[in-house]
Design a protein around this ligand. Sequence first.
Ligand code: TYD
Ligand code: MG
Length: 455
Amino acid sequence: MAKASPQFTCTECGAAHKKWAGKCDACGAWNSVVEEAPLTTGPASKTLGAAKGRRIELSTLATDEAPPPRTRSGMIEFDRVLGGGLVPASAILVGGDPGIGKSTLLLQAVANFARSGLKCLYISGEEASAQVRMRAGRLGLSEAPVQLGAETNLRNILTTLEAERPDLVVIDSIQTMWADMVEAAPGSVSQVRAAAHELVTFAKTRGVSVILVGHVTKEGQIAGPRVVEHMVDTVLYFEGERGHQFRILRAVKNRFGPASEIGVFEMTGAGLAEVANPSALFLSERGQAAPGSAVFAGIEGTRPVLTEIQALVAPSSLASPRRTVVGLDSGRVSTILAVLESRCGIPFTGLDVFLNVAGGMKVLEPAADLALAAALLSAREDVALPPDLVIFGEISLSAALRPVGQAENRLKEAEKLGFSQAIAPQGTKVEGGAGMRLRKLPDLVTFVGDMFGAG
Ligand code: TYD
Ligand code: MG
């Protein structure tokens, strides 16, 4: 048998390379290609040869089977992000920055699943059992029937799982796991990939649900190759700003429910508390009507969430002025600045622009375009928008306003929170009601004239 040649893999996109390179051809990332021990699984020869395999049993799409029973943890926000509870034999990846609260969230979730009757195991590779027990005590979860283990050796973990046959196991974290058949340090691409593969395969064949915890790199990706994200059924990100106590659990991939669903939590002294009404929370810091503030009526997953977009525009001393954007897509912001400049004749040259979503929320919907433009204009003109106004709509490159989905839900949520007027694109199918005055505008130029008496 020919000796397997070393293999190089990009840690960002998982692409395989024949030799080391400073830049990955596949995704363009720099310094991301690392050497990996060659995979030993798979056929030894290049072709499958003449030996016959077994015929696969094929079936039709129709089924008499009932959908798998989901188990609810009772943490409404967590269950919703999963798509309505935990599906048996599913593999879930929970990613997030170190210290954001992943271990806290999963300890609370696993305790709740155990209380609803699942046999649960929590394997910590980062903390000693005593540390986890101490945290459980502080969170008031000591009584929950969760089995706790501190281990990093994958072989020992799989042997334990085989003997215990739990319904759910949490692995905290996948970067600390170490498979002895792979000659690489824990946390390396090959180790993370091998450990995830073994655990996910175990989940599927033995009907055990696994939740893998993964740390996120500075670039915002789960450390190790993207491949782990492809292996699992559901990928959740736990995010939030360090200075804020709000935490958002976001589904970025879900084979068993809607993606982009969010759950909102608040970090308190006694662990994570669920936030049932996120709009009220995100708007709670809003004071008097101030220039540069616009309220966006957004949709996150299946539910409406109102957020405040804040802008500051100030004269710049730099040759290329600052564009600092937090919580919004910076590409989108550049596009809207260009549309304002070329279609509406409102230049931002020589001005620093700072944009932010209040409360540490991330808003990535194109429907936020109009609210974003409103915040920018309000800051630039130093004119406050009416405090009871919500805005939504997408802006096209021609400055036309495009209608967006779920207008009715957006308006209902706004009305519930005491807003009484809204601005939306012309084609919006809904009409305003008694408590909500809705104005529909065809393009950004009309909007500028309407709001600021210019353009
Ligand atoms: P942790 O769950 O350990 O984060 P991760 O597993 O993502 O690294 O959470 C760590 C932070 O959470 C730590 O800074 C303290 C804070 N925290 C609270 O504020 N209240 C609590 O009840 C707990 C358990 C943690
Ligand atoms: Mg942790």
